[in-house]
Design a binder for this molecule. Sequence first.
Ligand SMILES: [Fe+2]
Length: 369
Amino acid sequence: MDKKAQASDAWFAAGDPSQPTRNELWEPVVISGQRIADEAERLLSLEVGDPIERQVRIVHPMACTKGLGLAPGIEVRLSALKPGERTKPFRHNATEVGFCIGGEGRLSMAGQSFGMTQYDVWNVPAWTSAVYENTGRTSQIRLTYSNAALLRLLNVHMVEDKAITGTTPETDTRPHGAPGTAKIRDLFQLADENWLMSYERLINPPAVESLPHRWDWQTVKAELDKLTALGDAYRGRRLYLLYNPLTGRTNGTTPSFFATMTVRPPNIVDRPHRHVSAAINYYFSGAGYSRVAGKHYDWRAGDLMLSAPGWAVHNHASRDQGPVYELTIQDQPFHIFQESLLWQESLASPPLLLGKQAGFETNRAELTA
Ligand SMILES: [Fe+2]
């Protein structure tokens, strides 16, 4: 019997774990630059109690009402501020990647303050209050990418609220990254070389400092443009990952996501490939097209796209209209940590479980020899 006996009962579902799971493929979707600009204008026209309210989520048509992501595990928010406006602080247990797509301003968090201008990227650690201010003369428009969509699906997205979490930024005085102080035998090996850990360590794991970082676009662009010289024979991607050292072997900008900046010289066509991680691209120069799960999608500067739903075969190509620059957000670090990142770099070869198996190589060494 694989149906519910009573609404209040757990039930037994028939299941042969060797049978493939039928995963739901979210259709790729392109949100045009014009739609984004129109929505930003609408946000700027609102009468609001606090400027933090000038925000919306950009939601995939197949998203459930709980997750509200643009990919199942990736929330994308569009935010706008008028000149002189400043948001109130808030914090939650999600991590974020921020991206300025218009205007400029200032971002304050964790006792630090960063200037930001168009195409700068930054991360916001979890449980860290961030305050945004528009110090410029034009509207400030931002995109924010967060794992809040996944946390909502797990029913544990916690936004700080005295009534719910019992804390406010003022009442939480414990420093971030405070080391554990347990002095007992909290981690040791048995004679058979297996490990045991005490309860004291379980509730006091080593705390590491999780810091905000800001990547200045002009500095990143100077490095990226050097990759253009690799020429047509190069079989990799001309990109750099905005790496946060906190994430170690999981290659992240946050523990959940990486942010990469890519340059695509005109008329470059990527090889078809696929990966378990989902990818969202924002194009801010040039134009091109993608083929995803057998369908064609055009895009150009200003467009936001769910460009790679998990495991869909895809490739991207630039047209003959100057270089394409794009920011890509993927939930790759999350999958490396989970040991779930299957990746097939060429459809002619089998997929590999990256982070567990040795990965792929490009021909870059030959080209630069
Ligand atoms: Fe990809």
